[in-house]
Write a protein that binds this ligand. Structure first.
Ligand code: SF4
Length: 160
């Protein structure tokens, strides 16, 4: 008799999902990708005033192997886009991305040939933060939205 029939179909998997998502949502370590002035506000986000440790995200990692959430803060040139994408590819799954500020989200005021008009041209962005620059609490709000997203994901897959 399998454990599924003892506990009811789907019961066991759902509980592992919930536990895994709870742990992931409350330990989403940021990969800070500070590219321009928005990075100053991102540093404030990590400081004691805004207390990102309430959400388990105070541990900024400068190694992609230890990171869960890439925060792209500032405008991205085409030249830099290749390096950012390489770092993104080195982050283990599951991973999430925040585009912080008008420049990261759309290119902002930089309507010129050298600037990518939104990092979603080469990254799968999960949350956009408006503003120039956005306040640190807006970045916290984006982090909370990503936590909500993580909590609804199915991380444990069954063989069919
Ligand atoms: S959105 Fe504003 S503050 Fe942020 S990088 Fe662009 S110009 Fe700088």
């Amino acid at each position: 008799m399998g454990i599924e029939s003892a506990l009811g179909e789907g019961f066991f998997t759902t509980k592992i999902d919930a536990l895994s998502n709870w742990a992931r949502a409350n330990a989403a370590w940021p990969m800070p990708m500070g590219l321009a002035c928005c990075a100053i506000e991102m540093m404030a986000f990590a400081g004691p005033r805004y207390d990102a440790s309430r959400f388990g995200s105070e541990v900024m990692r400068f190694s992609p192997r230890q990171s869960d959430v890439m925060i792209v803060a500032g405008w991205s040139t085409y030249k830099m886009a290749h390096a950012i994408r390489r770092i993104w590819d080195q982050m283990p799954d599951p991973k999430w991305c925040i585009a912080m500020g008008a420049c990261a989200s759309t290119g902002g005021m930089h309507r010129c040939y050298g600037v990518v008009q939104g990092v979603d041209n080469y990254l799968p962005v999960d949350a956009y933060v408006s503003g120039c620059p956005p306040r640190p609490d807006a970045l916290l709000h984006a982090l909370m939205k990503i936590q909500d997203k993580i909590k609804t994901e199915h991380s444990v897959l069954l063989d069919s």
